[in-house]
Design a protein around this ligand. Structure first.
Ligand code: NDP
Length: 247
């Protein structure tokens, strides 16, 4: 079973990496279910996917709410009869030095980037365990592999993702449930992510970096497509996606 006809739930599908991935997978014959908070954006993206002949459904989703993830997965089942893949991609990156004490943003990152990922995992795990088939792809960051000043809390949420995916992979192997767990570590990808940074010094530095080296979100979408396209007994578990200009 390749990308074609797979049912793929995508969080953070209203822009950037999630939007690009939804469009690519739908073009390649997957049935995509889009979740994010901005429903009007989801409606526009769904319309463009349908206009191109793709199959799509969407639902306003806040990943901080476990019930929203459950409802998104339920939509996949009612619309398309099941779920094969969760792309756990929603996230925010309001980076800042720890000493600046943007504690409300710390909470938001933990709630969205970490708790939101866990809510997605919880929503699919019962079906994936029962059907002995499923794939969870989660967007970490190069800040989930290396330490970057300014990305202390953001990086903490993204390091956590690596641990979760790898443990799911190992537990699934032990339990014989065939769940494939994949972590993505993108570098500088030009999306709307900068809009979540309120710390002005951090924003200035990031904007310069992205201007100089950033690449488009299709680079990540291609990798997601590749991971889903592998044979069922192959788990390509980690991908780092750097722009060639990023050191
Ligand atoms: P965007 O800002 O373009 O996309 C972020 C997506 O997450 C949007 O669709 C947004 O939708 C959604 N989102 C944010 N908060 C919530 C929430 N509470 N509930 C549901 N959806 C939410 O940025 P990217 O595409 O770059 O970000 C996607 C992922 O990639 C993130 O996890 C980010 O950390 C990661 N990443 C990005 C990198 C980059 O350079 N761009 C580098 C490394 C990792 P909405 O606002 O409508 O809810």
């Amino acid at each position: 079973m390749t990308v074609q006809n797979k049912v793929v739930v995508i969080t953070g599908a209203s822009s950037g990496i999630g939007e690009a991935t939804a469009k690519l997978l739908a073009k390649n014959g997957a049935k995509v279910i889009l979740g994010a908070r901005r429903e009007s954006r989801l409606a526009e993206i769904a319309a463009s996917i349908r206009a191109a002949g793709g199959q799509v459904a969407y639902r306003a989703t806040d990943v901080r709410r476990a019930a929203d993830l459950q409802a998104l997965v339920a939509l996949a089942k009612t619309e398309f009869g099941g779920i094969d893949v969760l792309f756990n991609n929603a996230g925010i990156a309001p980076s800042s030095p720890i000493s600046a004490l943007h504690t409300k943003e710390w909470d938001d990152m933990i709630d969205i980037n970490l708790k939101g990922v866990l809510n997605g995992i919880a929503a699919v795990m019962p079906d994936f365990t029962t059907q002995k088939h499923g794939q969870i792809i989660t967007t970490s960051s190069v800040a989930g592999l290396k330490n970057y000043p300014g990305a202390g809390v953001y990086g903490a949420t993204k390091f956590a993702v690596k641990n979760l995916m790898e443990v799911i992979r190992m537990e699934s192997a032990a339990e014989g449930t065939n769940i494939r767990a994949v972590t993505l570590y993108p570098g500088a990808i030009n999306t709307e992510v900068m809009g979540t940074i309120s710390d002005q010094a951090t924003l200035k530095g990031m904007a310069q970096l992205y201007d100089q080296v950033g690449i488009g979100p299709d680079a990540v979408a291609n990798v997601v497509n590749f991971a889903i396209d592998q044979p069922e007994d192959v788990n390509v578990s980690e991908f780092t996606i750097y722009p060639t200009k990023q050191g």
